[in-house]
Design a protein around this ligand. Sequence first.
Ligand code: FDA
Length: 393
Amino acid sequence: MVGRYDVIVLGAGAAGMMCAIRAGQRGRSVAVLDHAAAPGEKIRISGGGRCNFTNIHAGPKNFLSANPHFAKSALARFTPRDFLAMVERHGIAWHEKTLGQLFCDNSAKDIIRMLTDEMRAAGAQLLLRTETSGVEQIDSGYRISTSEGTFEAPSLVVATGGKSIPKMGASGFAYRIAEQFGLPLVETRPGLVPLTLDPQLLQRLAPLSGIAAPAEIRHGKTAFREALLFTHRGLSGPAILQISSYWREGEEITVAIEPDVDVFALLKKAKQANGRQSAQTALAELLPKRLAQHFVEAEGVSGNLADQSDKRLEQLAAAIQSWPVKPSGSEGYRTAEVTLGGIDTSCLDSRTMQVKAAPGLFFIGECVDVTGWLGGYNFQWAWASGHVAGEAA
Ligand code: FDA
């Protein structure tokens, strides 16, 4: 028996569920197929279990893509306010944490429940534990072969996400379908991922593992001011995750710790006020003790502040505030929050996410070459691209 629908959505993640809701609301018969045992598994673990479900400031400038203009249309047609209105309609309590990032007060499961309730209300069917083995184009649209039988629909929406966190079912399946249909791909890479350091540097920084500090991390013209975290593998924290999406193997980043403070001025002032204190003691007013000790030792500064020339203090400040670091790599898809690159947007209509050369075939969410910063932007892209595809499929 063949299951016939108006729209088949592959993937019950953020983008797929949103698309199914909108298509169902338009009166289309919709089935959402997923190989997982539960929908929205990434939503469940997102934002430390509280789901940073959108960013109130989300705009095209917060996304990386070979075509920075592509995301404009979908983002304008389904905004963070639109998603927030849905959250409020469902009585889900939320709060702004920082920098426009909106989180659930209670649990990310509230968002999954909201989406599955909306799907049910829109008449969309959810078919879990359904393994897709192949997709083919037929006269009436698309035929999907699965472990649970064959499905056919004039519209097929691919929302199977990227490659990040394979342990959670990420399969790279969308790229294989794209290849099958001869669509161009932008090379994929792990994004929003901790960076690793070579063993020598790692050994020197080992005592700092677990320390966090406010920092500005720069790569070329791009810079992020958020927390930096030293780990036993290298560098992490929001500032590093953000810059990791811009960094490439072999390149350098520049770390400025406590970027809002003029460390040289602080050291000079401390020297004037009390020349008998050590540089480490003066720095420990600003930095965690172990971090202060690390920089003082690394720069070979010994003795009292009064013994140090201004030049020497300037060098110490520079070590803290313009520290060049060459990461050896990243932790890869195992821990990356997103996949950079993906389906080349040149083959998609930005208003609908439909493949220009294959009517009825759509790609949405993370599998497309649109990747957001850390901070709720990636879910906003999933909602927006899902919504516009649901309007057209
Ligand atoms: P998503 O990956 O969500 O869904 C894809 C679905 O397709 C899955 O249900 C999967 O099982 C299914 N699937 C895959 N292959 C299949 C196949 N062959 N057949 C059938 N089904 C298949 N973003 C954000 O904005 N705020 C946040 O707080 C976080 N936090 C966060 C934490 C962690 C740990 C990670 C890994 C990621 C985040 N993100 C995030 C990123 C966010 O989770 C991501 O951008 C979206 O989930 C992407 O939504 P999609 O629907 O495109 O893919």
